[in-house]
Design a protein around this ligand. Structure first.
Ligand SMILES: Nc1nc2c(c(=O)[nH]1)N[C@H]1C(S)=C(S)[C@@H](COP(=O)(O)OP(=O)(O)OC[C@H]3O[C@@H](n4cnc5c(=O)[nH]c(N)nc54)[C@H](O)[C@@H]3O)O[C@H]1N2
Ligand SMILES: Nc1nc2c(c(=O)[nH]1)N[C@H]1C(S)=C(S)[C@@H](COP(=O)(O)OP(=O)(O)OC[C@H]3O[C@@H](n4cnc5c(=O)[nH]c(N)nc54)[C@H](O)[C@@H]3O)O[C@H]1N2
Ligand code: SF4
Ligand SMILES: [Mo]
Length: 706
């Protein structure tokens, strides 16, 4: 237990102490926290730390009231054995020894009968702590289980950005203090990474920086914008091309910069000749004059900063759209200026050495890797999803809730219901996934274990140490992996180390150690210098140039192959017409955006978040609603070839006609009819390196009644 420099209080009804910590959730902000610990040994209020410059004392409401989640009466506190049919929710309490023996036997049986590759350890980002998130890979590699191809979140975005810049890095968000124009492209930062707004709005107050927001509905972020750019889903490539067309046409492209820093600028200029604002307007729905005005502002504001999000990449043309948008600050030459350039994510700059955490010394690339996003088709035995191997017979799951969050939910559910599939789930709550398990194991939360964190949205390494005892018999991911390893005959030095020792090893090997230094400082600013962050000595490709034309089929990206219609991808920025367009039978385009009070499927269990979000709903334009004869609060069925979901109508005029939005990932059971939102999303891989097109769905909306 780390009790480093707590702030001690002596007042009754107030915390006994306040400790530093880090938000573990999958959010680019990775806030530095101060956590109140109460007299009963549980956590109380959570505050944003003022010490760390990016957090600057601000955190989101859902984490401020984390006590509701950590001290929740429904938290899993004991291992459970399923006693009823799969999914029945009938379980009985068992001891840890029995639970671990049963999990080990489930995995060993699969290995005996179908080979090691029939076991698939499956995880994601419930906690972003390196030890607790990634340690499961050590077990995978040592046991030669099927490897995990993590594609669900970043692949369309990162492949598009990498294709241009060669690396996932960019300009420190603190430079917004010097920006003249801040474009928030495809991120609903008010909901998904509140600190972006702190810095953007500060820049506006301080020196009148303009804020532009590109989204497909009037989000709370767009409500704050000086320049709202409301487009149709999946048309960002068109808008980006028109912006660059204007830059070239009006002499606002920085030709000297392009000459020095980019490849294929002449080809781009020629190609863009036909990508006029009129052409783009017809595709994206934005009036021509709005495109012209925004493009001129980009071209005449040297310190133009693009904070590029993930949302607009969750379409079948997402990688092309990301590359197109990332090309704008290159054509404008924005990168050269303080407060100019772009940030999508800092993830490429940490240089983590994760050999000990992940057992990378034991990774055999010939062992098959299965695509996380395709868990439905995989469990259903679809040959094209099995990477040339046999069926998956056992799943060991930590840190993720695929039955709720993965696309093609009907297939996922049917797969999990297979009688010949063994499933163990290590969780904090009885999620939709845990409900389908044979064995459920109770997991700790971030204030109950030690871990280290990088961040996507700012350049800090931070440490969060154990502050309180976990409730009941909760165990950490690391402890469970190590206990399983010994039962499975898996040997690796990482299984004999404590979490703190793994942290120390990783920090030292990554050139950031030792752990004591980080514990003393709490966080370490690892930002690049100005020249490196702005790529002033060249972009990260071998030729040091930003690639305006992309050879997608040969893009270098860590993935077990290329997926989706890669051969059809346009080399130059463009509108790639591969999205799931509306048709006569499915006249609407559905976007499944994140909810402000949930984080993916997390926080759907807390009463305040439930109350603030309400029943799963559908935002629909009042004129579209009128045409369908539906009114506020009516129940509608939203249908497409993948399935049917029932939602409550919310009339909302901040949408283009023909676009509907459901903000959520609520449990299936929160929907009348029992089908969750991902029933409607597709598991076909996004080109070129997989991922799910969560915001790219054609649907029809059918009135059910009031
Ligand atoms: N409150 C909350 N915070 C979260 C999450 C959450 O679920 N809830 N999720 C976390 C995770 S895992 C991630 S990866 C990040 C993601 O955070 P963001 O980068 O913000 O990305 P998304 O959440 O996918 O979507 C953001 C916005 O993209 C818009 N969008 C959808 N399609 C398009 C399009 O075609 N074009 C444009 N321009 N916009 C489009 C959506 O309407 C939405 O407003 O947020 C994290 N933070
Ligand atoms: N329709 C739709 N679907 C989406 C998205 C969307 O925008 N729309 N977004 C997608 C994106 S970007 C992402 S990243 C995925 C995210 O999908 P997930 O990674 O599944 O995210 P969460 O729903 O937060 O689930 C994390 C789970 O981990 C558990 N957990 C947290 N900490 C720990 C721990 O220390 N140990 C263990 N054992 N468990 C822990 C939590 O209780 C929670 O149930 O969802 C994707 N799904
Ligand atoms: S804004 Fe993101 S990182 Fe910060 S506390 Fe909320 S969820 Fe955590
Ligand atoms: Mo994500």
């Amino acid at each position: 237990m780390n009790v480093h420099a707590p702030t001690v209080s002596h007042t009754a009804h107030s915390p006994v102490a306040t400790h530093p910590s880090v938000c573990p959730h999958d959010c680019p902000s990775v806030c530095a926290l101060k956590v109140d610990v109460m007299a009963d040994g549980r956590i109380g209020r959570v505050h944003g730390s003022k010490d760390q410059r990016y957090t600057a004392g601000v955190i989101c409401a859902k984490v401020a009231r984390y006590a509701e989640r950590a001290n929740h009466p429904d938290r899993l506190t004991h291992p459970l054995l399923r006693t009823g049919p799969k999914g029945s929710g009938q379980f009985t309490r068992i001891s840890w020894d029995e639970a671990l023996d049963r999990v080990a036997e489930g995995l060993l049986k699969a290995e005996r009968e179908h080979g090691a590759e029939s076991v698939w350890p499956y995880y994601y980002a419930g906690t972003m702590g390196l030890v607790m998130r990634d340690g499961i890979n050590r077990l995978t590699h040592v046991k030669r289980y099927s490897r995990f191809f993590a594609s669900i979140c970043v692949n369309p975005a990162w492949s598009g950005y990498m294709a241009g810049a060669g690396q996932i890095s960019g300009v420190d968000p603190s430079e917004m203090a010097s920006s003249g124009l801040i474009t928030l492209w495809g991120t609903n930062a008010v909901s998904t990474q509140v600190n972006v707004m702190t810095h953007a709005i500060h820049a506006r107050k301080k020196h009148g920086a303009k804020i532009a927001v590109v989204d497909v509905y009037r989000t709370p972020t767009m409500e704050q914008a000086d320049i709202p750019l409301l487009i149709r889903p999946g048309t960002d490539g068109a808008l980006a091309c028109a912006v660059m067309h204007v830059l070239f046409r009006d002499g606002l492209a920085d030709r000297a910069y392009l000459e020095r820093y980019a490849r294929d600028a002449a080809a781009l200029e020629a190609h863009l000749a036909t990508r006029t604002p009129e052409w783009a307007s017809a595709l994206c729905g934005l009036p021509v004059d709005e495109i012209e005005a925004y493009a001129r502002l980009v071209g005449t504001t040297p310190a133009s900063y693009f904070r590029i999000g993930y949302g607009f990449s969750r379409s079948r043309n997402g990688a092309v759209n990301m590359h197109s948008v990332a090309s704008i600050p290159v054509v404008a030459g924005s990168w050269q200026h303080l407060g100019g350039g772009a940030l999508h994510s800092m993830s490429g700059t940490y240089g983590w050495r994760k050999k000990m955490i992940e057992g990378l010394d034991r990774l055999d690339p010939t062992v098959r890797a299965l695509d996380q996003s395709r868990i439905g088709p995989i469990l259903m035995g679809q040959a094209d999803a099995l990477a040339g191997g046999g069926k998956v017979a056992a799943l060991f799951i930590q840190n993720t809730n695929p039955v709720a969050v993965a696309p093609e939910q009907e297939k996922v559910k049917r797969g999990f219901a297979r009688d010949d599939l063994f499933v163990a789930v290590h969780e904090q709550f009885m999620t939709d996934t845990a409900k389908m398990a044979d064995i459920v194991l109770p997991a700790t939360m971030f204030t109950e274990h030690d871990d280290i964190y990088g961040a996507g949205g700012h350049p800090h390494i931070q440490i969060g140490t154990k502050l309180v005892e976990p409730p009941g018999e909760c165990r950490t991911n690391h402890d469970v992996i190590c206990a399983l390893a010994s039962r499975l005959g898996a040997e690796h030095p990482g299984f004999t180390m404590t979490a703190r020792e793994l942290i120390d090893w990783t920090l030292r090997e990554s050139g950031r150690g030792p752990v004591e230094a980080l514990e003393d400082a709490r966080f370490m600013d690892v930002g690049q210098d100005f020249r490196a962050a702005h790529f002033l000595d060249g972009f990260a490709h071998r030729d040091k140039r930003f690639h305006l034309a992309v050879d997608w089929a040969n893009l270098s990206f860590p993935a077990p192959g290329k997926f989706g219609p890669v051969a059809d991808m346009p080399a130059l920025p463009d509108h790639w017409a591969v999205i799931e367009e509306a048709d006569a039978a499915h006249p609407f385009r559905l976007v499944t955006a994140p909810a402000r009070n949930f984080l993916n499927s997390s926080f759907t269990e807390t009463p305040t978040s439930q109350e603030k979000e309400g029943a799963p709903s559908l935002l629909i334009h009042p004129e579209d609603a009128a045409a369908l004869g539906v009114a506020e609060d009516d129940l509608v069925a939203v249908e497409n070839p993948r399935g049917r979901v029932e939602l409550r109508v919310r009339l909302f005029d901040g949408l283009r006609r023909g676009v509907v939005v459901s903000e959520q990932i609520q449990p299936a059971g929160a929907h009348r009819g029992g089908h969750g939102i991902n029933t409607l999303t597709g598991a076909d891989p996004v080109a070129p390196v997989g991922g799910a097109a969560f915001h790219d769905n054609k649907v029809r909306v059918v009135k059910i009644g009031a």
